[in-house]
Design a protein around this ligand. Structure first.
Ligand SMILES: [Zn+2]
Length: 137
């Protein structure tokens, strides 16, 4: 398993925002629906019919059925999880990218995968803190 040294911050922010929006929407819908359905014998079918019949008024003539709102919330949540997983994957690939390192003692160069603080110089066999010369494949 590769070590994670830097996060794809934009991806994470987007993913977290989507998850957050999705959760808030789902929670809000449930919060609104719950007092109307919890007393019935079959909570799930009562919830379903409630979501199909009730509409949420955003104002300005924009109305959405609660069921559609629920679906949008669920989609946002799933999308957010995907974005989070994807940015993590992108990040792992990035972490495995090769860099050209330079030994501070013998000044020789060698290639290594990114993310290691200390490394053994393959030329002088010393344990050193190498300088990054170039980032590349
Ligand atoms: Zn060296």
């Amino acid at each position: 398993m590769r070590r994670i040294i830097r996060r794809k911050k934009s991806g994470y922010a987007l993913g977290i925002a989507l998850c957050f929006i999705g959760l808030i929407v789902l929670f809000a819908v449930l919060w609104k629906a719950w007092p109307n359905v919890f007393a019935s014998d079959d909570v799930f079918s009562a919830l379903e019919s409630y979501l199909w019949t009730k509409e949420f008024d955003f104002g300005l003539g924009v109305r959405l059925k609660l069921m559609h709102l629920t679906m949008m919330g669920a989609v946002a949540l799933v999308l957010g999880i995907f974005v989070l997983a994807f940015s993590r994957q992108v990040f792992s690939v990035y972490a495995g990218e090769n860099v050209l390192l330079q030994c501070p003692f013998c000044k020789n160069h060698w290639k290594a995968s990114r993310g290691r603080g200390l490394a053994e110089c393959p030329h002088c066999r010393q344990f050193v803190q190498p300088t990054v010369v170039r980032i590349g494949k």
